[in-house]
Ligand binder design. Structure first.
Ligand code: MN
Length: 229
């Protein structure tokens, strides 16, 4: 039997409400999914063409807590987002009407962003990877299984920093629904159980400083707390 020649990386696990752990495979992210945020970034929403990018699965900071200020930036930004956890593999392209059958549960997370590197990448027509896919860039709450979560419609997504409101919007303001995003992603990638989708952020993105504390939530569903070390 052939053995691994270096230690096998530890799996990335998120706690599940009610018990158990959710093993994270990939993290897909949606850009420009709230019109007001697209506007504040000087962009517009293209209804026919969602913007996707990825973070490494091990960028997760499970359950929040201390997040180290990343190297290589002077402008770390918060983006609070609904996180969708997939519990089933997709069999090729998934029609919008069947997309909800892939969903295991929901959480709330931060899509931490090196905004200065992103601005430089945009200006140069370059990829966003260093701006988005860095270590510890994806704090995420526990996952609430669908059956325990109830309907998402009408719930508010919010973020406070040092006790002050920073971001907030109803989830109904999302340009692309969870089902539309899963369907679109399934046409580009082989979606699998363990994948997360960060669904995009409302307006109000701003800088985080060392020592800041954050408190994020989806109204009546789930919360996430932590600080920037
Ligand atoms: Mn984002």
């Amino acid at each position: 039997m052939s053995q691994p020649v270096i230690p096998v990386p530890a799996p990335t696990l998120l706690p599940v409400r009610g018990g158990g752990q959710f093993p994270v495979r990939r993290i897909y992210c949606v850009g420009r999914n709230f019109a007001e945020h697209a506007k504040e970034m000087g962009a517009s929403v293209d209804r026919g063409n969602p913007v996707f990018f990825m973070k490494p699965g091990d960028a997760i900071v499970a359950g929040g807590g201390e997040v180290p200020y990343p190297p290589g930036t002077q402008d770390l930004h918060h983006e609070v987002e609904l996180v969708v956890a997939l519990g089933r593999d997709a069999d090729g392209g998934v029609p919008v009407e069947q997309a909800s059958s892939l969903v295991f549960g929901y959480g709330v997370g931060l899509d931490l962003t090196r905004r200065d590197l992103q601005a430089r990448a945009k200006a140069g027509g370059l990829p966003w990877d260093t701006a988005k896919g860095f270590d510890h860039s994806a704090p995420c709450s526990e996952i609430v299984p669908v059956a325990a979560a109830g309907a998402l419609a009408g719930r508010r997504l919010w973020l406070e920093v040092n006790g002050q409101p920073r971001q907030g919007a109803p989830l109904g303001d999302m340009v692309f629904s969870v089902e539309e995003v899963i369907s679109a992603l399934s046409g580009l990638y082989a979606l699998k159980a363990g994948d997360l989708v960060y669904m995009g952020t409302p307006s109000g993105v701003a800088a985080l400083q060392r020592g800041d504390s954050f408190h994020a939530g989806i109204e009546g569903l789930v919360e996430l707390r932590g600080s920037i070390a």
